[in-house]
Write a protein that binds this ligand. Structure first.
Ligand SMILES: NC(=O)c1ccc[n+]([C@@H]2O[C@H](COP(=O)([O-])OP(=O)(O)OC[C@H]3O[C@@H](n4cnc5c(N)ncnc54)[C@H](O)[C@@H]3O)[C@@H](O)[C@H]2O)c1
Length: 434
């Protein structure tokens, strides 16, 4: 308040101010000194507000990564950066496509990006490297992709300016949109991260795609979780998906409706893929097969959930290579978007496919396979399935994907886990017993 009074004492028109006495001069000197001091404090606060350290900025990993991005864009945004993007996007086969892969440092994103690059497509990755799970694993995947010639731009899908810039640099024919907040239980801890990435982020990606010229075709990851409390098995694309059991599932279901809207209004070609429990090398540490392996090796007990009346909990585990084939087939069969300059020119393709394995396996059998592969007996602790988002079973009907995409999973759980365990032991090495 006293500061306000001093400011009020200074006439708004400096020319009219007349010094009356040395006391007045002294007061003016003090007022100016204080004004300067408070201006610096104010500017300092603005600086701290906009450029505070990401780790202290928010409990939400996605939000903290947003601020991290705003610091980094300027240093990345230059000729050398653009050159790396162009080199990564270079199509090397005559029928090749040019794909922006969001979530490229993620489990599925890494495998899909590598597979596209291997067959000669142009690939640019985008990922915010958030710390939902150990970011060093994401960095290791990034290093792996770099060796194959795929560059991952570090940024958030909510950064419209960055997305636009990427489309200015490269005319992407396709977008493989995999960036999302995954995991079912984490939604109770950090619901905002699901809205940020799975809803706001998806809308941003579609907005930029809709305005791009030409508009790309988009293939994106929905989830088997949209079937929620549906009890009709196997789950078919025509079954009801209006009973999600988790916020994660609800955001994926919302994504499917948002996709419908952008297809309907703007003529974007959109294909949603409902993945069923994907597993394999370079997988996600928050998934049961992954942390069971870690905990069995460490001699820790592992929770095996059972449903009411000792009901079995089962999953349609799908090996990553089969999912990758499904993703590539979806990209290859995607028709062009029909809009241009944000306007629809005709009806465009809109599809949703189940990508599963069609053979659900009880979680207790998964543990038995891991015990055999690791040669360690698991300490099982049987518990009631908590009502925090998990469903009792998943089982995909894949006949539609088979017919339209030629999708045919070929890896059974034992074979796939063997490959996962081999990778796990080589990646974590000596750490496994700590
Ligand atoms: N793995 C599965 O079993 C499974 C099952 C169903 C659906 N899905 C879906 O498949 C996709 C890929 O899953 P995944 O298992 O590879 O998960 P993942 O967490 O390993 O990969 C997602 C990647 O997206 C990035 N990301 C998240 N929010 C972002 C944002 N706002 N901006 C930029 N990057 C962001 C993350 O850093 C991460 O690297 C996701 O959409 C997921 O919901 C996965």
């Amino acid at each position: 308040m006293s500061q306000m009074k001093h400011i009020d004492n200074i006439p708004s028109t400096p020319g009219k101010f007349k010094e009356k006495s040395p006391y007045n001069r002294l007061r003016l000197h003090f007022s100016l000194t204080k004004l300067t001091f408070w201006s610096f404090v104010f500017l300092g606060l603005i600086f701290v507000f906009f450029f505070r350290s990401p780790s202290s900025s928010s409990s939400s990993p996605a939000a903290s990564d947003l601020s991290r991005r705003s610091l980094r864009t300027s240093s990345y945004d230059g000729p050398a950066w653009e050159k790396r993007i162009k080199a990564s996007a270079k199509v090397r086969s005559h029928s090749g496509i040019s794909v922006l892969v969001t979530g490229a440092a993620g489990f599925v994103g890494t495998h899909v990006s590598a597979a596209l690059k291997r067959r000669g497509d142009g690939v640019v990755g985008l990922d915010n490297f958030n710390d939902y799970y150990d970011p060093t694993l994401k960095r290791a995947r990034q290093a792996l992709l770099e060796r194959t010639g795929v560059y991952i731009v570090e940024g958030d899908i909510n950064d419209v300016a960055l997305l636009k810039k990427l489309f200015d640099i490269v005319q992407f024919s396709h977008v493989m949109h995999l960036a999302a907040q995954a995991g079912v239980r984490y939604a109770m801890e950090n619901p905002g991260s699901y809205v940020h990435s799975n809803i706001a982020g998806l809308v941003n990606v579609l907005e930029v795609c809709k305005n791009a010229n030409p508009q790309p075709a988009i293939v994106w990851a929905s989830s088997s979780s949209v079937y929620g409390l549906n009890t009709k098995v196997p789950f078919s694309e025509k079954d009801r998906t209006d009973q999600p059991a988790s916020l994660y599932a609800a955001t994926k279901k919302a994504g499917e409706e948002i996709a419908h809207t952008y297809n309907h209004i703007y003529g974007l070609s959109l294909t949603g893929l409902r993945f069923f429990t994907v597993y394999g090398p370079w997988g996600r540490p928050d998934m049961a097969y992954f942390f069971f392996t870690r905990d069995i090796l460490k001699g820790k007990s592992i929770p095996i959930f059972e449903a009411a009346n000792h009901g079995t909990v089962a999953r349609d585990f799908t090996y990553i290579d089969d999912i990758v084939k499904g993703c590539l087939a979806a990209l290859d069969t995607a028709e062009k978007s029909t809009g241009s300059g944000g306007k629809k020119k005709g009806p465009a393709q809109l599809r949703v496919f189940n990508l599963g394995n069609t053979s659900p396996v009880p979680v207790s059998d998964l543990v038995s396979i891991l015990e055999r592969l690791l040669k360690v007996k698991a300490k099982r602790s049987v518990m009631k399935l908590p009502r925090n988002g998990d469903v009792q079973f998943t089982h995909a009907n894949i006949s539609f994907a088979k017919r339209e995409l030629g999708y045919k999973p070929t890896t059974d759980l034992h074979t796939g886990l063997k490959k996962f365990v081999r990778w796990y032991l080589s990646y974590y090495g000596d750490e496994t017993k700590k």
